[in-house]
Design a protein around this ligand. Sequence first.
Ligand SMILES: Nc1ncnc2c1ncn2[C@@H]1O[C@H](COP(=O)(O)OP(=O)(O)OP(=O)(O)O)[C@@H](O)[C@H]1O
Length: 254
Amino acid sequence: MIEIKNLHKGFGGEEILKGIDYVFETGKTNLVIGQSGSGKSVLLKCMLGLFKPEEGTIEYDGTAYSSFTDEEQRELRKEVGMLFQGGALFDSMTVEENVMFPLRMFTKQRKRELKTRVAEVLKRVNLDGNENKYPAEISGGMQKRVAIARAIVNKPKYLFCDEPNSGLDPTTATIIDKLIQELTRENNITTVIITHDMNSVLEIGENIAFLKDGVLAWKGDKSQIFKTEDKTVTDFVYSSDLFKKVRDAQLKGY
Ligand SMILES: Nc1ncnc2c1ncn2[C@@H]1O[C@H](COP(=O)(O)OP(=O)(O)OP(=O)(O)O)[C@@H](O)[C@H]1O
């Protein structure tokens, strides 16, 4: 669980995050949504320790990040998996080398153990047999699965995903969403997903935090988001055609 309390962050006198309180639950896909510029990435960077908040705390399973020593921060980093926007694979490394990268960085395992663990995760994301290919030789959806394998290879307790679906067709996007949700459940990970994708909200919105102008404007789950009368949320959500159709169908009792 990651708990955020009264989080404030600004730049050059402009306040971007204006006192956010939220709990990201373990074993669930916690989605952060909101318009461009609402502060989602700033929130993510505060949680990753890349930005230091002016006020407030971020607690990882009950311990505030700010109270960690340098050594404890390093330990925490080992427990964090990161799925970057666009995958961010190393083009000059094979699939196997890409997935092995965090293991090499954070563990002192022998080559054979590293290979065994990499094979295990590649099998889990249905990519066994692709070890020796380069990112350019596989599809966008496969690249995303390599990136997921790399994010979970170290058995993280916390998984951060920045727009995991960007650049994918809707079917592949759903497969990726479901995979992230399954891995979150199987491994009891606290997963935080920044997304613009309303399909993801529909599919895996177990917890949804809606940010507007640096404020947590609404929170709930995928069933509640259709029922809310909160105009701030409905304006955002029904700017998506898909959601409008789902809402209409619900109102008609389908
Ligand atoms: N390093 C920085 N220095 C100054 N201002 C910043 C910095 N990072 C973000 N901001 C500002 O904070 C605000 C929120 O940006 P942020 O990137 O968090 O939005 P977002 O919700 O993630 O948007 P998007 O969906 O487009 O990625 C913006 O006005 C942005 O210009």
